[in-house]
Design a protein around this ligand. Structure first.
Ligand code: ADP
Ligand code: MG
Length: 320
């Protein structure tokens, strides 16, 4: 893919959101809804950034505000350095959105859809890259078919191509793999990685934590319209570098001396719980220390949190 525009500056943050607030007005019996409550977020240029959160957290609201589809109540949004309100045209040109819904005109061919989209973004004919895009998403053979004859997966790939017609610096994917099969998922991630290697900043929402863990350099978790955390993925995973070795030592009530960095407590059921970081200590070392203290081991178990646990601990995980 040709570089977007070599002469353009590259801001440190592809997206800067500050104090972003969205209150949906009351409608009928539904009261007003505070979907975003002063969200601050910086998305580093060149990253693959995951926006995570339980249902109703405000992910789509955030993305729809970035896309210019939802009007914010308060706050500031800078896209590629451009304030959305001050420079709407430039900020819109910097971002491409792949929506979750399959909103494609069934009577257009993929080629026509891409040409129409390019027209909407004011891309001159000479600067269009329709054939390359069709190739990129594997729709070259279907270029002239009616879109209504495409499979669901092909439509999704077309949506990705549509998001790219104006060569945005930033690509946003809202739940791109919700309900898609493994082949399509892999194809999507291959494309995303390739685009990112070429310099594109990627933002995606997903509720598949494993996927976020695998794909994203940095992850923000939001809940009920507020930021819970924003960290590099390896830092977030570091939070799971914590396991507990639970040992039944029978009648013994003394606590053994243990290597530094081990948290030890006697549980209500009498078992000994040793909290340790697998990156620092092995189960062997702990068992040796317990035996060395003259305690016998009747039974033993390891309790390990995964990212799911971290996520649940950090979010309230309720609907609405
Ligand atoms: P997510 O994408 O994280 O699941 P959303 O941004 O879609 O969350 O929704 C955030 C909250 O705002 C939810 O409580 C949702 O019900 C509410 N909401 C979303 N869109 C509207 C709307 N058009 N009118 C009223 N409330 C809305
Ligand atoms: Mg959503």
């Amino acid at each position: 893919m040709p570089a977007p525009d070599d002469t353009a500056f590259s801001p440190a943050s592809a997206i800067e959101i500050s104090g972003l607030t969205k209150t949906y007005a009351a409608a009928g019996r539904a009261p007003e809804k505070h979907a975003l409550k002063g969200l601050d977020l910086q998305i580093p240029t060149g990253s693959i950034f995951g926006l995570l959160g339980p249902n109703g957290a405000g992910k789509s609201t955030t993305i729809n505000i970035l896309a210019g589809l939802v009007r914010k109540t308060a706050g500031q949004v800078r896209i590629w350095g451009f304030d959305q309100d001050v420079n709407p045209r430039q900020s819109r040109a910097a971002i491409g959105i792949m929506p979750q819904e399959l909103n494609i005109d069934p009577f257009f061919t993929p080629r026509a859809s891409l040409e129409v989209q390019a027209g909407l973004y004011g891309v001159p004919k000479a600067e269009r890259w329709t054939d390359e895009l069709l190739e990129l998403v594997g729709l070259t053979d279907q270029a002239e078919s009616y879109t209504r004859n495409l499979s669901g997966g092909m439509k999704r790939r077309l949506l990705l191509a549509k998001a790219l017609v104006h060569r945005p610096q930033i690509l946003v994917l809202d739940e791109p793999t919700a309900g898609v099969d493994i082949t399509l998922r892999e194809m999507l991630w291959q494309n995303v990685r390739k685009l990112n290697e070429q310099g594109m900043t990627i933002i995606l929402t997903t509720h598949y934590l494993e996927e976020a863990e695998e794909m994203c350099d940095r992850i923000a978790i939001i809940d009920r319209g507020e930021l819970v955390l924003c960290e590099d993925t390896h830092t977030l995973l570091g939070r799971t570098d914590s396991k507990t070795l639970v040992i039944d030592t029978g009648e013994a009530s003394a606590l053994p001396g243990l290597p530094e960095g081990i948290r030890v407590e006697r549980r209500a059921d009498g078992r000994l719980a040793l909290g340790y970081a697998p990156s620092r200590h092995t189960v062997d070392q702990l068992i040796d220390a317990v035996r060395g203290a003259g305690l016998s081991i009747r039974d033993i178990a390891v309790e390990a949190p995964d990212l799911e646990d971290v996520f649940l601990r950090l979010t309230s995980h309720r609907e609405g």
